[in-house]
Design a binder for this molecule. Structure first.
Ligand SMILES: [Zn+2]
Ligand SMILES: [Zn+2]
Length: 227
């Protein structure tokens, strides 16, 4: 067995846990790389997972929660890892250079965090889409790849509005709607929107806004990284 990232050989310690692991699941990351993948732990904003000194709502979330369009559309965001130089390196190789198999580096962390926060929800997963051109360039949609780590139904309910479609709108329409997405089909029940990054939260709020209007009962988001 070799580490997916550094290619060093992994020689697992023979403990009961590892013994079971060897047969149950492939070990894909060595201990030293695993330690550099920093999971978000400790106090954080309860709505967006941003690390903080306390458990209070952060300034951005306060704004979202009173926003005329977006108040109440996205219940909360949970992110698995924090952004670090190491994570940036992995993202470059995975996302921008199309090394699809690296998604497995995240598998254990994603599954663990999902179980802790959404284990009882039984949601339908809606990955944030790429434009057709972007997806062709990259070869895959990273949000879809993350969703596939979880054993749940995936609904590609959103499409990205192409520049062409945006251009056909009148200037007035364009000003009113900066929504990068369109709803392809109606949805139902609890929805978990999946993406790789939560930065300002704008993308996920636009997605949640549409999904709410499309029939979702509750909408949360689950993202790989909180930047
Ligand atoms: Zn390694
Ligand atoms: Zn927040």
């Amino acid at each position: 067995m070799h580490c997916l990232w550094c290619h060093n050989e992994i020689i697992p310690e023979i403990t009961w846990r590892n013994f079971l692991n060897i047969f149950g699941e492939n070990i894909v990351i060595c201990d030293s790389c695993k330690q550099k993948l920093t999971c978000i732990v400790g106090p954080a904003c309860p709505r967006c997972s941003r690390s903080s000194k306390n458990e209070l709502l952060c300034g951005d979330c306060k704004q979202w929660s009173t926003h005329p369009t977006f108040a109440g559309v996205l219940s909360k965001n949970v992110s698995v890892f924090s952004y670090s130089p190491f994570m940036k390196e992995i993202m470059n190789k995975w996302k921008y250079r199309g090394d699809y198999v690296l998604v497995n580096l995240f598998k254990a962390g994603v599954q663990k965090r999902f179980k802790e926060d959404f284990g009882k929800l039984n949601p339908t997963l809606v990955p944030i889409p790429l434009s057709a051109t972007r997806q062709q360039e990259r070869g895959f949609n990273q949000a879809e790849a993350i969703a596939q780590l979880l054993d749940l139904p995936i609904d590609d309910a959103l499409t990205r509005v192409t520049n062409e479609k945006q251009a056909k709108k009148s200037r007035q329409q364009r000003l009113q709607s900066n929504n990068p997405f369109q709803l392809k089909n109606e949805v139902q029940g609890p929805i978990l929107v999946i993406d790789d990054l939560y930065t300002t939260g704008a993308t996920l709020h636009w997605a949640a806004y549409l999904l709410k209007r499309g029939g979702a009962t509750t909408i949360d988001s689950f993202t790989l990284i909180r930047s």
